[in-house]
Write a protein that binds this ligand. Structure first.
Ligand SMILES: [Zn+2]
Length: 352
């Protein structure tokens, strides 16, 4: 006879802090028990084959349909287990948990959204798991994948959005740490045609700079992961259209800072938009000073090599999309000379 697992059979798990709940393969889990397990972030393991607490079937309940999870008791390679349990890995896992908690407390993530990763070895990346709120993330939840996204250590299943981080890491060697979240103010820019304006606040210019916007793709897919590829070289902060934000750095703490900075900046711009007065930009000549500081910090900026006059090429008005600095610098002088030539020709004709 099949075992029925009801709410009363799982309520004790909340106090235990368990992440998994073992059940016979053919057990029936009542909807209220499933809801409860999901609410406390516990995964049901049906006799060694992991299934999610929401009964999501073969995809393990991942909202973005990631591949089936690794076996519940996998035989990880000894070298990976050694690295995964090393003091260095422990320190990074604790840092990932700290960042996760701060992302949640600042309301940059919701539900099980957002993910954090760190490239600990040439082919090894520590990352947050799927289906666990960043608000209750624990060191034991962190897992490890290779650069292809295969899980190579850890008991919780890796996030399906890890592919986004891995593409950034492969394209940009300095991207050892990646943070992905859905902070509301920056994401507001990611769901509209409004561009994040330039040259308004020094800290933004020095640490983040111009913000790229990657095109929309279905989260969790390889196509989604590759949307950031054109921007990883010159940007450490990328808006993901209709989705959220990705930031990266060699240092995990700084990758997290950039998330705070871009959202605070976007929030300030949104508030300023309500004041009804024109925006004031920092003069281009002063932006040059900030870009020198930025270069000294080893941070990329797409304006490197541009003429000073083009640093803040576009006057910001809400809803107006500016050309990229490179495009703007190529076009403005030509347009100016065309206007000059036409004006001179018109004046000549009028004076005849
Ligand atoms: Zn996301």
């Amino acid at each position: 006879m099949k075992q029925v697992i009801a709410l009363k059979d799982v309520t004790h798990l909340k106090a235990s802090g368990a992440r998994t709940f073992a059940a016979p393969t053919d057990a029936i889990v009542t909807p209220s028990a499933k809801d409860f397990l999901r609410s406390i972030g516990v995964t049901i393991q049906f006799d060694g084959t992991s299934a999610s607490a929401n009964g999501g079937g073969s995809n393990g309940g991942d909202p973005y349909g990631a591949p089936a999870p690794a076996a519940a008791t996998p035989k990880w390679k000894a070298e990976h287990v050694k690295l995964f349990n090393s003091p260095e890995a422990q320190r990074i896992k604790e840092h990932i948990v700290s960042v996760s908690h701060r992302l949640w407390k600042r309301e940059y993530v919701d539900g099980n959204g957002g993910n954090v990763s760190y490239r600990i070895g040439p082919n090894e990346v520590l990352c947050t798991p799927t289906l666990v709120s960043k608000g209750i993330m624990r060191v034991e939840d962190i897992c490890m994948v290779d650069l292809a996204g295969n899980q190579i250590a850890g008991t919780a299943k890796r996030t399906s959005e890890i592919f986004l981080h891995l593409e950034a890491m492969k394209a940009q060697p300095k991207a050892r740490a990646c943070v992905h979240a859905h902070p509301p103010h920056a994401t507001a820019f990611a769901i509209t045609g409004a561009e994040v304006p330039r040259c308004m606040i020094p800290e933004m210019e020095v640490l983040v700079g111009t913000v790229a916007k990657a095109k929309y793709e279905t989260p969790g897919t390889q196509a989604f992961a590759e949307t950031v590829l054109p921007y990883c070289k010159d940007h450490n902060c990328i808006l993901l259209q209709n989705h959220g934000v990705l930031t990266w750095n060699e240092d995990l703490e700084k990758a997290y800072w950039f998330m705070e900075i871009v959202d605070a900046y976007c929030r300030t711009v949104v508030i300023a938009s309500h004041l009804g007065a024109a925006f004031t930009q920092i003069p281009s000549s002063k932006i040059g000073d900030l870009l020198k500081i930025k270069q000294g910090l080893g941070l990329p900026d797409e304006r490197t090599g541009l003429k000073e006059a083009d640093y803040c090429a576009c006057e910001f008005r809400p809803g107006v999309v500016c050309a990229n600095p490179g495009e703007g610098s190529a076009q403005s002088p030509d347009l100016d000379s065309i206007v000059k030539i036409v004006t001179e020709e018109v004046m000549k004709a009028l004076n005849k």
